[in-house]
Structure formats: structure tokens, C-alpha cells
Design a protein around this ligand. Structure first.
Ligand SMILES: Cc1cc2nc3c(=O)[nH]c(=O)nc-3n(C[C@H](O)[C@H](O)[C@H](O)COP(=O)(O)O)c2cc1C
Length: 301
């Protein structure tokens, strides 16, 4: 049985990808995670300069999912290149997630990562709801999306994934702009702006007041967005949002996803990726499918 997935020219051993923000800089799960079951791991979003992130509390469990407001805390590009990347030794692809407040920052990040052999692709985060500048503002506007993705493509030979925000109205405009600018794949989608209020204090739970909702609660909506993006465009769509069980991942593939990411599920079970891959294998065996192509997009719109 063939579980390989393709994102443009890139071949992944399996369709499961570690979502940005849940896998640190790539090797944090060493000794716990079966890295060989992963098609790729995506780093925490890296910015040019180190960022301290938002004030605590930064994560709240809301039952059906979690809201986070990390605020892109990261060590910055140069520390990543000097201290983390050289000692990374994982048996799967590494994608680097990049973020910035200005088009030029994305350009400079892409240029610095270009040509590094241990990096297989760049995921452009134009969809973070937890920062004041850039972030979601870029990905909600087709023109800014075009400028950011074009800037990145001009500077790198790596495959480029555009990670879009969960826009219900206008999704196709933003995805279309990313594709025109040269994106090799779409990652659909980031977290959903959300809030949690503490009845006792009558105030917001999170230090940054609002954050991004992820986990089971968002799965059917992200699935809808993936289904729409896959129907509208020919380039690979990487689905993300609430994937916890094999059945969730199968739904995304049936909707047209070429690969999918696992994020918040890691907080409950660090074996989720291999569990999901095994479950997909069982499903394919039961249905008589030989490869993901045999059922990808079967439920496409
Ligand atoms: C704690 C946390 C940190 C995250 N950090 C990032 C990040 O740095 N960059 C990014 O593009 N997405 C980030 N995300 C979003 C995830 O990559 C993913 O798009 C989202 O959580 C939906 O998938 P899930 O429901 O499987 O978690 C983060 C999510 C969580 C929960």
C-alpha cells in the first residue's frame, strides 16, 4: 500500500505533517514521536528578530478545543540557523514557517533560508491572529497576499506553501492571489479568532484578551474551506484544523487535500500522527485503495 503524498515536486513518505507551533523547532519530540511516520514537520513560525510573545495566560481549554495567544514567541532567524538547524537530525522533511510584519521581512527570511538543503519547503504564515501587525491582516487581503507570496517566491527556490486564514467569505480571492504569485501549495487554514471570558473575574481569560481557536471545534469549518479550495484550484491543498483521529484525516483527503497537518491533537496524544497514519492504512485496505490518489477528492465539490 502506498501512503506517499505529493506537494508539487516534493514527495512525502506519509500525508501527515506536524503543524507549526506544536512541534517547536523540529526535534522537541525526540524519543517520543515516531518521526518516520511523518511526511514533514513544520517549525514554529520564525521571524527576523526574536519575539517574546504575548503576556500569560496564553492557552485556554474551552472544552471543544483550545484558544491560544502565543503571539509568535520564537528565537528569531539567526539563532534558529546557528543553534537549532545544524543539530537537527530527523528522518522526515522539515518545513520552515516564516512570519513578518512587512513584505520585506518575509523576503529577507526567504532569502536567508534559500539553498539550505535540510529545509524542504517554506510555509508562509500570513494568517496569525495573535499579532498586532502583519499576520492575519496580510492573509485577509488578496493584494497583500500577492505581494508577500511574490516577495518570497522571488527569493527562494524552496517549495512555498501559503498558509491562509480561515476566511469564510473571500477565501477563493486570497487563495487565487497566492497562486498567481507563485505559491506551490495552500495550507488551509490557521486558527479562528476567539475569546474566553472568566465569569468570576468578568474579564478575559487570556492575557492578550483574544486568541485563535483550534482543535475539534474547528474541524467541520476547516474541512469546508479545504473542500472549497480543492474544488476551485489545481494546486495541492494541505488541510489543517481539528484532525485528531484517522476518520478526520480521511475526511480531509476525501474533500481533496493532498496532505494534512496535525496540531492541537499533540497536546492530548503525542502518538496521534502514527495512530492516524495506521488508521488510514486500515481504511485503504478495507476499501481496496492502493494509494491516496484512489480516494483523494472523492467527495470534492
Ligand atoms: C499553541 C499553538 C501555537 C501555534 N503557533 C503557530 C505558529 O507559530 N504559526 C502558525 O502558522 N500556526 C500556528 N498555530 C496554528 C496551527 O499550526 C494550526 O493551524 C491550528 O492549530 C489548527 O490546527 P489544529 O486544530 O490541528 O491545532 C498554533 C496553534 C497552537 C494551538
Amino acid at each position: 500500500m502506498n501512503l506517499t503524498a505529493k506537494i508539487g515536486e516534493l514527495e512525502l513518505a506519509t500525508p501527515v505533517i506536524g503543524a507549526s507551533g506544536l512541534f517547536g523547532y523540529g526535534d522537541e519530540y525526540e524519543g517520543l514521536l515516531d518521526y518516520a511516520s511523518m511526511g514533514a514537520i513544520i517549525t514554529k513560525t520564525i521571524t527576523l528578530e526574536a519575539r517574546a510573545g504575548n503576556p500569560p495566560p496564553r492557552v485556554v481549554d474551552v472544552g471543544s478545543g483550545i484558544i491560544n495567544s502565543i503571539g509568535l514567541e520564537n528565537i528569531g532567524l539567526e539563532a534558529f540557523l546557528k543553534d537549532r538547524l545544524p543539530r537537527l537530525d530527523i528522518p522526515c522533511n522539515l518545513f520552515v514557517s516564516i512570519g513578518g510584519a512587512k513584505v520585506d521581512e518575509y523576503r529577507r527570511l526567504a532569502a536567508r533560508l534559500d539553498g539550505i538543503a535540510s529545509v524542504s519547503a517554506v510555509e508562509v504564515n500570513i494568517s496569525c491572529p495573535n499579532v498586532e501587525e502583519g499576520g492575519m491582516a496580510f492573509g485577509s487581503d488578496p493584494e497583500s497576499t500577492r505581494k508577500v507570496i511574490k516577495g518570497v517566491k522571488d527569493e527562494t527556490g524552496h517549495a512555498v506553501l501559503a498558509k491562509v486564514p480561515p476566511i469564510i467569505w473571500g477565501l477563493e480571492d486570497v487563495c487565487g492571489a497566492a497562486i498567481e504569485a507563485g505559491a506551490d501549495a495552500l495550507t488551509v487554514a490557521n486558527t479562528y479568532p476567539a475569546i474566553s471570558i472568566d465569569p468570576e473575574s468578568a474579564g478575559p481569560v487570556l492575557g492578550a484578551v483574544t486568541g485563535g481557536l483550534s482543535g475539534g471545534a474547528i474541524k467541520p469549518i476547516s474541512l469546508l474551506l479545504v473542500w472549497r479550495a480543492a474544488a476551485a484550484f489545481d494546486i495541492p491543498v494541505v488541510g489543517v484544523g481539528g484532525i485528531e483521529r484517522p476518520e478526520d484525516a480521511i475526511e480531509f483527503i476525501l474533500a481533496g487535500a493532498s496532505a494534512f497537518q496535525v496540531g492541537s491533537a499533540m497536546l492530548k496524544d503525542y502518538k496521534a500522527p502514527s495512530r492516524i497514519v495506521e488508521g488510514i492504512g486500515r481504511y485503504m485496505e478495507k476499501k481496496g485503495y492502493k494509494s491516496l490518489d484512489d480516494f483523494r477528492g472523492k467527495a470534492a465539490g
